[in-house]
Design a protein around this ligand. Structure first.
Ligand SMILES: *[C@@H]1O[C@H](CO)[C@@H](O)[C@H](O)[C@H]1NC(C)=O
Ligand SMILES: *[C@@H]1O[C@H](CO)[C@@H](O)[C@H](O)[C@H]1NC(C)=O
Ligand SMILES: *[C@@H]1O[C@H](CO)[C@@H](O)[C@H](O)[C@H]1NC(C)=O
Length: 426
């Protein structure tokens, strides 16, 4: 099929497609297997960590019992490698029986019984990225029906082993097929990754119509280099990406790797802070059965989560890149509040940074700021007041900023307040 025919077909499909089913008005939160557990299918030698129903039940238990669910972490998402190499006699995908003996419907019930939601993975193409059966154009409808019949709540639709024309047809078709099941299913599209992530190859307006979220860029790996590379790409391309986001339509810079092996405590805070600023999905990929306290504290930070989940759903932006390798990020929030992240890309020592809210485009007036990671409140901030504070190498200082007047009425009941002590420069 030539590109022109494809475009005409697409126009027809688009007329009827809109996955506007009210899901994901704020970015999804939960857990996904890939970054930490990959395609470990060795259940003989690694029974606790292989991709099997045991792992997903364990994770559901942890989300339900360790305070995650109450904070909003609700999706348990299976990634690649869950399938049998063969479709069943009716042409339906089926899980690998040795690793999912109970089947996906039973796993979904287990997860729903804990008031959590189940996500699953499929691939627009002949094969998944790891070589399992793909969803070719003729299989889209049956796969959507199968997932709905199992009680699936979220689909990650990858794009290995397909070409741009098939993707242009397949991603909208799956949206339509999911809608036709009658079951509200959140739809995560990997489409942009496979065509470079940027216009004109990517039409973000169309994506927002058919998908709830989409992966724009490379998979995250367990390293600070990878986190920095992702932040850099999203910031360099923010003029395209930032306006694409909003309630029900999110850019996805990939999973939170906090709690694994690659990040220091400062770097873990940096990932949490930037993902909150970017209105990114907060989907962890770690071992919740063995999680250090500092990772837990960062991932369960209520104010960072509230910033991420702000109902306005406006993605933040990088405001400044200083010659000193300090970067400033900013996100507007509801109730006249905002969030600022000061990120140090330095590699030497804590850096004393001096600025004022007026320099960061704040209107004249008086403000207060809650320091998200140390729990202190900075009072008496006139927009013109210059202040100085210290940012660790590869770390952040993150502020939730609100007008002082508003603080007297409402903020004091929302957030724990302590008098500033370290911000005595004010
Ligand atoms: C299907 O799409 C229609 C139109 O956008 C929407 O009203 C409805 O909620 C959707 N249903 C599901 C299950 O996605
Ligand atoms: C992008 O998709 C929208 C539909 O959401 C369509 O109206 C518009 O023409 C498309 N833009 C381009 C450049 O193809
Ligand atoms: C804050 O600064 C403005 C000028 O930007 C000034 O008019 C105002 O009086 C200051 N307020 C306080 C409480 O210092």
């Amino acid at each position: 099929m030539g590109p022109l025919a494809a475009a005409q077909l697409l126009a027809l499909i688009s007329l009827t497609v809109a996955l506007d089913n009210g899901l994901l008005k704020t970015p999804p939160m939960g857990w996904m297997a890939w970054e930490r557990f990959r395609c470990d299918v060795d259940c003989k030698d690694d029974p606790k960590n292989c991709i099997s129903e045991v792992l997903f039940r364990d994770i559901a238990d942890r989300l339900a019992e360790d305070g995650w669910k109450e904070l909003g972490y609700e999706y348990v998402i299976i990634d690649d490698c869950w399938m049998s190499m063969q479709r069943d006699e009716h042409g339906r995908l089926q899980p690998e029986p040795s690793r999912f003996p109970g089947g996906i419907a039973k796993l979904a019930r287990y997860i729903h019984d804990r008031e959590l939601k189940l996500g699953i993975y499929a691939d627009m193409g002949t094969h998944t990225c790891m070589g399992f059966p793909g969803t070719t154009l003729d299989k889209i409808e049956i796969d959507a029906q199968t997932f709905a019949s199992w009680g699936v709540d979220y689909l990650k639709f990858d794009g290995c082993s397909s070409n741009p024309v098939e993707q242009m047809l397949g991603y909208p078709l799956m949206s339509k097929a999911l809608n036709a099941t009658g079951r509200p299913i959140a739809y995560s599209c990997s489409w942009p990754v496979y065509v470079g992530g940027l216009p004109p190859n990517v039409n973000y307006s169309l994506l927002g119509d058919i998908c709830h979220l989409w992966r724009n860029y490379n998979d995250i790996q367990d390293s600070w280099d990878s986190v920095q590379d992702i932040i850099e790409w999203y910031s360099n391309n923010q003029d395209y990406l930032q306006p694409a986001a909003g309630p029900g339509r999110w850019n996805d810079p990939d999973m939170l790797i906090i709690g694994n092996f690659g990040l220091s405590v400062d770097q873990a805070r940096s990932q949490m802070a930037l993902w909150a600023i970017m209105a990114a999905p907060l989907i962890m990929s770690n071992d919740l059965r063995n999680l250090g306290n500092s990772a837990r504290t960062i991932l369960q930070n209520k104010v960072a989560i509230a910033i991420n989940q702000d109902p306005l759903g406006i993605q933040g932006r990088r405001l400044l890149t200083e010659k000193t390798h300090i970067e400033v990020y900013w996100r507007p929030l509801s109730r006249s509040a905002s969030a600022i992240v000061f990120l140090s890309r330095r590699t030497d020592m804590p850096y004393l940074y001096r600025t004022s809210l007026a320099k960061l485009n704040y209107d004249a007036g008086n403000y207060e700021a809650y320091d998200v990671f140390n729990g202190l409140t900075v009072t008496g901030l006139n927009a013109t007041t210059e202040f100085t504070f210290s940012i660790n190498p590869s770390g952040v200082v993150m502020w939730y900023v609100y007008p002082e007047q508003q603080s007297k009425q409402t903020e004091k009941s929302h957030y724990q307040h302590e008098k500033a002590s370290h911000h005595t420069v004010l």
